[in-house]
Design a protein around this ligand. Structure first.
Ligand SMILES: Nc1ncnc2c1ncn2[C@@H]1O[C@H](COP(=O)(O)OP(=O)(O)OP(=O)(O)O)[C@@H](O)[C@H]1O
Ligand SMILES: [Mg+2]
Length: 290
């Protein structure tokens, strides 16, 4: 009979990192990066919760979330309904599996789906601690996952962003090598520096992922240098995501990158590298913040 006093006490489970994918410039690859990281994590055997904070619902669709068939039932089964004033852990009632045919993804990816009515959530802002509603909705539920990925809408000062960033440990910034995208990345760093003490004191930018990179273009090399100058080389993922057919196709085909017969393997492998880098960055950030 084992002596209960001598058995090891249960180890507290390290909470899963909460990663928000953000850039207020539209179309820079936030959802593509979220999808790439989520599928890479699933391929590595990890259980991922994908939280679609963008009313456009692009991540929900691209992961083929198994939302209710009847369109009139979808708002009530989405974050639009949960985030109005959630009970603790209420997100659990809307979680659905990924609809990819490959069991690897279906078993390991769970989605909190978005709905267009999420646009209306700004009307519910303003009361004390309303920015904590996503955090509140996820409480306890996140214990079942190894990674939480939050896809953000393309804005900077909004109730949706405040909820996403209040729930996140770190931000990952996809950034195109273009002027507007680089400026947007700079402004995100400024907002985190300025507002984190009120929004979320632990929030940090884990780093930038350069997306849609064309190495032979001189202008891309210049903008790449601008990106490296924002917070230094260490802050930028060494893997540049190239402009790839599979990454363009994902908007239309809504399938795992690896299933794309053009350059899907290359794209999926690139996101494996991004995922490994991201985990390292998170570790470094967590060590700094204790
Ligand atoms: N590296 C890439 N190569 C080719 N096409 C890409 C690449 N990255 C993104 N795209 C395409 O660019 C478009 C915008 O990408 P995505 O939807 O991921 O951006 P986003 O930042 O999430 O947009 P939004 O701001 O609207 O949420 C999509 O059609 C996507 O397929
Ligand atoms: Mg998007």
């Amino acid at each position: 009979m084992p002596n209960p006093d001598q058995t090891d006490p249960p180890q507290p489970r390290r909470p899963a990192p909460h990663v928000a994918i953000a850039n207020h410039k539209g179309g820079v690859g936030k959802t593509g990066t979220a999808q790439g990281i989520i599928t890479a994590a699933a391929e590595a055997g990890h259980r991922v919760l994908a939280v679609d904070m963008d009313a456009q619902g692009n991540l929900t669709r691209r992961l083929r979330a198994l939302v209710p068939e009847a369109p009139e039932d979808r708002a009530a089964a989405s974050l639009a309904s949960v985030l109005q004033n959630p009970a603790l852990g209420e997100i659990a009632r809307i979680l659905v599996p990924c609809g990819y045919s490959d069991q690897t993804y279906r078993d390991r990816i769970t989605i909190a789906p978005a709905h267009l009515d999420q646009e209306l959530l700004s009307l519910t802002a303003g009361t004390a601690a309303s920015e904590k509603r996503l955090l509140r909705a996820m409480q306890g539920v996140v214990d079942d996952f190894d990674l939480i990925v939050i896809d953000c809408p393309p804005n900077l000062l909004s109730h949706q962003i405040d909820m996403a960033w209040s729930a996140a440990d770190v931000l990952i910034l996809p950034c195109e090598p273009g002027y507007d995208s680089v400026e947007a990345a700079r402004r995100i760093h400024e907002r985190v520096d300025r507002d984190r003490h009120t929004l979320n004191p632990d929030l940090a930018v884990a780093g930038i992922v350069v997306n849609r990179y064309r190495p032979n273009l001189k202008i891309h090399q210049q903008r790449e240098q601008d990106i490296l100058n924002i917070r230094g080389t260490e802050h930028v993922c060494p893997e540049r995501i190239h402009e790839l057919v599979a990454l363009k196709n994902q908007e239309e085909l809504a399938q795992p990158l690896r299933a794309d017969r053009t350059d899907g393997k290359k794209a999926a492998d690139q996101f494996q590298s991004v995922y490994a880098w991201m985990n390292q960055q998170i570790k470094t950030v967590m060590e700094k913040t204790g």
